[in-house]
Design a binder for this molecule. Structure first.
Ligand SMILES: C[S@@+](CC[C@H](N)C(=O)[O-])C[C@H]1O[C@@H](n2cnc3c(N)ncnc32)[C@H](O)[C@@H]1O
Length: 269
């Protein structure tokens, strides 16, 4: 599975749904109270997980514009089952090049999930400035924040985690990525522009029974570590073998830190 494959997004979605911070979600829903028809733009929608998480929480009618540059994921998102009163338009678009086009027209709420850790500081600044210029609140969920706890421990954990976090800072199509710094940088930027921000952790808490999910996570981390010079290949192989054995024997669990936030222009709506 690749970082954005439909299979991986499907595997992670129930964990994302459980992890989403409820206080942040409540603030998002409360911000739209009294609005009988909500116009939402979801940036980097993937197969539509944010639509599925959020749409049932609003009592109002909703129109979602779903933006992504992966046409296959976008087609799945557009075809997703949704509550009555919810309509969808798919927007194929490169958010690095055409963010402003995604934000064209009347919008009540911008959403995104698992995107901000991929973007660069200049792109994040663009997002903040462009949403603020239009007085649009933004709900940004599930930004990885660098915290990883794995049980049982292995002596190579720290080196692998450091390599994963360094790999996260590579270019993911938006310039050098903010990676684990994304959520704190975004929150600071929105606050500096005068937004009120509700934030909270949204960690994956992955138990011994979540074998397939754990195996994919560990394989992904080993692959990231292999790309980095700081960890010897043999150490990565030994670490991954240990991790797979622990998963197979039902002893493995982990926590992966994420942050959700909702930034709202002060007094805008
Ligand atoms: C980690 S996935 C998250 C998908 C979805 N938001 C979710 O939470 O399941 C990142 C998404 O960003 C999209 N993406 C990456 N670079 C992009 C770009 N330059 N323009 C538009 N979408 C992009 C990918 O296609 C993918 O759907």
């Amino acid at each position: 599975m690749t970082g954005f494959s439909a299979d991986w997004l499907e595997l992670r979605e129930p964990h994302d749904l459980r992890a989403r911070n409820s206080a942040v979600l409540d603030a998002v829903v409360a911000s739209q109270a009294g609005n009988s028809a909500i116009r939402i733009v979801d940036l980097a929608c993937g197969t539509g997980s944010t639509l599925r998480a959020l749409a049932p929480r609003f009592y109002a009618g909703q129109h979602w514009r779903l933006a992504d540059n992966d046409l296959s994921l976008l087609a799945r998102a557009a075809a997703t089952a949704r509550p009555s009163g919810v309509t969808v338009t798919a927007i194929p678009l490169d958010l690095n090049r055409d963010l402003e086009a995604a934000l064209d027209g009347p919008i009540d709420l911008v959403t995104t999930s698992a995107l901000l850790d991929l973007v660069s500081e200049p792109w994040l600044d663009r997002l903040a400035v462009e949403t603020l210029a239009r007085s649009i609140p933004i709900y940004a969920a599930l930004s990885y924040d660098g915290r990883i706890e794995i049980s049982p421990r292995h002596s190579f954990d720290a080196a692998i985690i450091a390599a994963v976090n360094a790999h996260q800072r590579g270019d993911k199509g938006f310039g050098p990525a903010l990676g684990p710094m994304a959520a704190s940088a975004a929150i600071a930027r929105f606050q500096s522009l005068g937004c009120s921000v509700v934030r909270g952790t949204a960690d994956w808490v992955v138990g011994p029974l979540d074998r397939e999910f754990q195996l994919e996570i560990f394989a992904g981390w080993a692959s990231a570590a292999r790309d980095m010079p700081s960890v010897a290949q043999a150490d990565t192989v030994e670490w991954l073998t240990f991790r797979r054995d622990e998963v197979d024997s039902g002893r493995s669990s982990l926590r992966v830190g994420h942050v959700d936030f909702f930034a709202r222009p002060t007094g805008s709506r």
